[in-house]
Design a protein around this ligand. Structure first.
Ligand SMILES: NC(=O)c1ccc[n+]([C@@H]2O[C@H](COP(=O)([O-])OP(=O)(O)OC[C@H]3O[C@@H](n4cnc5c(N)ncnc54)[C@H](O)[C@@H]3O)[C@@H](O)[C@H]2O)c1
Ligand SMILES: O=C(O)C[C@H](O)C(=O)O
Length: 306
């Protein structure tokens, strides 16, 4: 199994590290436009192989896409991250051109590749990837909901004073500060609805903290986060590479599901060897439906800027 990661920056390198540590891929290629950076990070990571006990071979390339040929999965993390005070949507002007160029190069060398889009604004970059490549919709996946759900579980575990591994929860909708829809009604601790433990007011706070999870970290770090994003991408890569049939909220092209059309937005999907193997339509209550609809309107406004 060969995985290419374009953009050997903070998220790309973190993702490569998690993939290697989990040791399920035979080969990871890191590619970047900055001379030597991908080669340097690949070498640095390879020098952890004997320490971390993995056999994955990581190589680097400066802009040479022939090295990515025959990739089964490609992750697109190339582009600029936001700075404190910015929204993800403000990145569209620079990142749209980068993503368009990168995906066309990837597909030229790996016509069967499954693409995971990470660059922001992610839902719009996923939509752009569909428009630019015309690949079947199961082979283009936007990563946002897996990260947002991990942050939701973190905030829930804080509120419940329990380990995050005790908690289950999911965030759907657009990957933006205002568009995320944390499904508090369905969140649970060991199968018990969290509404049994937390007040409505506390749950509202958990949801708000989740939605601004990326902005909170950007303010602290001066740039956006990479550990949880890298881990979230690696979980999607593993689900596809190992044909796990796991469910994650991912940005998928919708064709009537949830009453939405011609949009990529976060909904639960099953990931396996074919990429998105199924879009799962769960029962939402009226308030959740309205929030998803509002979120979709926000994403469509950004798509219109393309
Ligand atoms: N979807 C998500 O959940 C999520 C999470 C975190 C970050 N992001 C986004 O991912 C992107 C990367 O974030 P980061 O923190 O790794 O940024 P970064 O600046 O650390 O890394 C980006 C890398 O992309 C490279 N790059 C730029 N143009 C390129 C091109 N044409 N070809 C190849 N490489 C190119 C840069 O040289 C740089 O090394 C940002 O847009 C960020 O907003 C998304
Ligand atoms: O917040 C950002 O801009 C990066 C990413 O989308 C995140 O959620 O960490």
């Amino acid at each position: 199994m060969k995985v290419t990661i374009v953009g050997a920056g903070a998220v790309g390198a973190s993702c490569a590290e998690y993939i290697a540590i989990k040791d399920f891929a035979s080969e990871v290629v890191l590619l970047d436009i900055k001379e030597g950076v991908a080669e340097g990070k690949a070498m640095d990571l390879m020098q952890t192989a004997s320490l971390n006990g993995f056999d994955t071979r990581i190589t680097g390339s400066t802009s040479d896409y022939s090295k990515t040929a025959g990739s089964h999965i490609a992750v697109v993390t190339s582009g600029i991250p936001r700075k404190p005070g910015m929204t993800r949507e403000e990145l569209i002007g620079i990142n749209a051109g980068i993503v368009k160029d990168v995906v066309s190069n990837l597909i030229r060398h790996s016509p069967e590749v499954i693409v995971i889009v990470v660059s922001n604004p992610m839902d719009t970059m996923t939509y752009l990837t569909h428009k630019a490549t015309g690949l079947p919709k199961n082979r283009i996946i936007g990563m946002g909901g897996a990260l947002d759900s991990a942050r939701f579980k973190y905030r829930l575990s804080e509120a419940l004073a329990c380990p995050a591994s005790d908690v289950d929860g999911m965030v759907i909708g657009g990957h933006s500060d205002t568009g995320m829809v944390p499904l508090t009604r369905l969140a649970a601790r060991n199968s018990v609805p969290v509404t049994e433990f937390l007040s409505e007011e506390r749950l509202k706070q958990v949801a708000e903290d989740t939605k601004v999870g990326g902005a909170t970290l950007t303010k602290l770090l001066g740039t956006s986060a990479w550990y949880a994003p890298g881990a979230a991408v690696s979980a999607l890569v593993q689900a596809i590479a190992c044909d796990q049939k796991k469910m994650f909220p991912c940005s998928a092209l919708l064709d009537g599901e949830y009453g939405l059309n011609d949009i990529c937005i976060g909904v639960p999907v099953i990931l396996g060897k074919n990429g998105i193997e199924k879009i799962v339509e769960i029962g939402l209550d009226d308030a959740e439906k309205a929030k998803l609809q509002e979120s979709a309107e926000g994403v469509k406004k950004v798509n219109a800027l393309l």
